[in-house]
Write a protein that binds this ligand. Structure first.
Ligand code: DAT
Length: 180
């Protein structure tokens, strides 16, 4: 990991995390279109930049080369103005983020969304359990200061819109507080 001194960012970095299927990409895409912040889909970036190691047969997903990925993102994150979208949050440097949104959905909604995505068997069960046990929320609480963490439900289009509005307001406030 590079040791880069912290400088003031021109725009904030936002982390959107949560169990697969809770609605991260849907929210991030909408936010990016509205605000001009750059949407960083970590799964896609890892794939494109050869940051995936062997395939985990138990969890049916590739293992991430976290150090390589972090090194590649350092400069972009130091500049600011990014919305990071990933289903885990504990390995990112804490200093990267000004705010963390943990998206949530209820079990039946999530189950239906994951089945439509083709998840089945252990993968489906593990992901629904991850939401039931609030695994990602606990990961966020263990990794970031509690006052920057916000839990948002994204079960319906109305909740999606409320979340977009809320994050846009947060952003406006950030720019007011950080005027040079
Ligand atoms: P994620 O990126 O967390 O894996 P997604 O954004 O791909 O999740 O959303 C999964 C599915 O749920 C997708 O078909 C869009 C739908 N969805 C997301 N947020 C929603 C919301 N607030 N209301 C209704 N459907 C939603």
């Amino acid at each position: 990991m590079q040791n880069v001194p912290q400088t003031k960012r021109e725009a904030p970095n936002i982390l959107v995390t949560g169990t697969p299927g809770v609605g991260k990409s849907t929210l991030c895409q909408r936010l990016s279109e509205l605000t001009g912040l750059q949407w960083l889909e970590i799964s896609k970036i890892a794939k494109e930049n050869d940051c995936l190691e062997e395939y985990d047969q138990v969890y049916q997903c590739p293992v991430l080369d976290e150090d390589k990925l972090m090194d590649g993102l350092e400069e972009t994150m130091c500049r600011g103005g990014n919305i990071v979208d990933y289903h885990s949050c504990e390995f990112f440097p804490e200093r990267w983020f000004d705010v963390v949104f943990v998206l949530r959905a209820d079990n039946t909604t999530l189950y239906d969304r994951l089945v439509s995505r083709g998840y089945a068997g252990k993968k489906l069960e593990d992901n629904v359990d991850c939401e039931i046990f609030q695994t990602i929320l606990e990961e966020a609480v263990a990794s970031y200061k509690e006052d920057i963490i916000h839990q948002l439900y994204s079960r319906t289009p109305e909740e999606l819109q409320d979340n977009v509005n809320r994050i846009c307001l947060w952003l406006q406030q950030w720019f007011q507080d950080n005027q040079t």
